[in-house]
Write a protein that binds this ligand. Structure first.
Ligand code: THU
Length: 138
């Protein structure tokens, strides 16, 4: 069972910890692992703009580095209305959680939109594509 309300609450709280002095666009995420643990993330920006890390990837990298592997759902809180994860985050999440449920909400967790990661990233590039090229040096 996915406790959606709890995930949303944690994403909204994580959003308050965002470090985003350049965009002033805080984002929070809460990722539910199959083992029941929830990992939160917020965006962390940098004076060298391109080094910014999104909230979703912070949550995923925290989870993987703590030994979590399977994932059920992610809640993302941002802005005036719900927003979908950026393309880079979709790709990175898809690597480990193609079946992920994506719960999108605004900064206060009021309006909620739901989707499946596989629908947000059709025809994804996956680890299996690397197996199709036996002639390439590894
Ligand atoms: N951002 C996220 O954290 N997640 C997304 O999916 C979209 C964008 C952050 C990156 C940057 O710090 C700010 O939002 C504006 O793009």
């Amino acid at each position: 069972m996915i406790d959606e309300a709890r995930l949303i609450k944690l994403a909204v709280e994580a959003r308050k910890r965002a470090y985003c002095p350049y965009s002033n666009f805080p984002v929070g995420a809460a990722l539910l692992a199959k083992d029941g643990r929830i990992f939160t993330g917020c965006n962390v920006e940098n004076a060298s703009y391109g080094l910014t890390m999104c909230a979703e990837r912070v949550a995923l990298f925290k989870a993987v580095s703590e030994g979590a592997r399977g994932f059920l759902a992610i809640a993302i809180a941002c802005g005036e209305g719900p927003c979908a994860p950026c393309g880079a985050c979709r790709q990175v999440l898809h690597e480990l959680a193609p079946g992920l449920e994506v719960i999108m909400t605004d900064g206060e967790g009021k309006t909620v939109r739901r989707g499946k990661l596989a629908d947000l990233l059709p025809q994804a590039f996956t680890p299996s594509h690397l197996e199709d090229q036996p002639d390439l040096p590894r």
